[in-house]
Design a protein around this ligand. Sequence first.
Ligand code: ASN
Length: 302
Amino acid sequence: MIKVEKQIGTKTEVLQISSELISEMGQFLRREGFIEILPVIISPITDPLNHSVLDASIDYYGGKYSLTKSMIFHKQLAVRTFPKIFIFSPNVRLETDDKSSTGRHLIEFTQLDLEIRNAKRDDILDLIERMFVDVFKDIDDKFGEIVRKMNPHFSIPSIPFKRVKYLEAYEKYGPDFESILSKSATEPFWLIDIPIKEREFYDRLDGDGKTLVDMDLIYPYGFGEAISGGEREYDYERILYRMGLKGNKPEDFEWYLEEVKKGIPPSAGCGIGVERLTRFVCNLKSVAEARLFAKVPGKMSI
Ligand code: ASN
């Protein structure tokens, strides 16, 4: 006799919840005065990231287009036009196969990327906390019964979220602190003041010269990183200085630097992994269950 494993929460239900999350986040941001802009898929500039991934670029008439790893630079340029913007941004990061079973990585994923002109980190923390409450309430109203079957821990998060300083947590729990804290937490929490070597050159360096005015949001129950973001560098000389510290070559960012020279405003923002949010809400083993046509690192899929 074939043993059929009892499935809690069908793929259809998970995808309906994901669709609702996307819709409600967009509506919330519009109510907050944001404009949605269309995603950039190829560009001569993209996020250098703080870890290496396989190359995803296309030669085109003597130039090179990269597939978008994140729209960070375009966000900084877009807030010249609108004070508050968001994008449901498809990102391609060709991660190596050692990330195949983390449950948190796909080589093609979507982040809700947002940015606010002249904002501080606190403005982003406050916005995201209110957005989480709004979105979780909406899911509870529309899918409460289904979601509680999949996820016995489902609850509306209480705000403000706790703020944990990166270096203090590191000192107390060692290099695995993020996963230790995520596993023991029952509410999302912020990890703030991340050291310079853990991040890219574009997040703003604090006056201490060691940590950044940035943050990650960490989900509880071991689900790990949800969001990353921060205040940004916007001054040309400082950006060159930060690239130098990181070993990023200015000639690789020519198009960006040309725009910075013309002037970009101070801003802050963040990006929220859509599949990771769905995974957390629906209590899924892997982000691969959170979308159709999922691409897990190290494998080919349609
Ligand atoms: N979206 C992130 C941010 O706003 C950057 C990233 O995805 N690496 O900081």
